[in-house]
Design a protein around this ligand. Sequence first.
Ligand code: DAT
Ligand code: MG
Length: 151
Amino acid sequence: LEVEQTYIMVKPDGVQRGLVGEIISRFEKKGFKLTGLKLFQCPKELAEEHYKDLQSKPFFPKLIQYITSGPVVCMAWEGVGAVASARKLIGATNPLQAEPGTIRGDLAVQTGRNVVHGSDSPENGKREIGLWFKEGEICDWIPVQEPWLRE
Ligand code: DAT
Ligand code: MG
């Protein structure tokens, strides 16, 4: 397993419902390293670029409307196998199918309001962090817990 970067985002419903701390906390407690964090009102063009692979889907206009409907919390997290592990912590796209214990399984009920985004591959992790963050907004640092996470 390799050190990977993943782009995690609390969607507007998660911000409005006061779930930002809870969601950050799950990644923090797991042992990933936070390298970028900001509250941000996403312009339509960026939402369209972020979700460009879903352009042809019937739900695309509603998805763009949703993501731009209020501020989001943008995060970059780093860790060994972080992309797949974060997807597991997040749970299935449809919150009714997401396992209890996952973010969506515990905190959401509908695909169109599934509170959080997580990159689906290391390539997309890098691509999305590049899209949502400017140079200088990503910090490299050494968490003091590092030697206690891995032997
Ligand atoms: P995920 O967010 O689990 O990576 P995805 O990349 O397939 O899922 O889709 C991105 C978002 O688009 C998803 O979080 C919610 C929305 N979406 C996906 N499938 C949908 C559907 N069938 N109906 C409505 N919204 C959908
Ligand atoms: Mg996806």
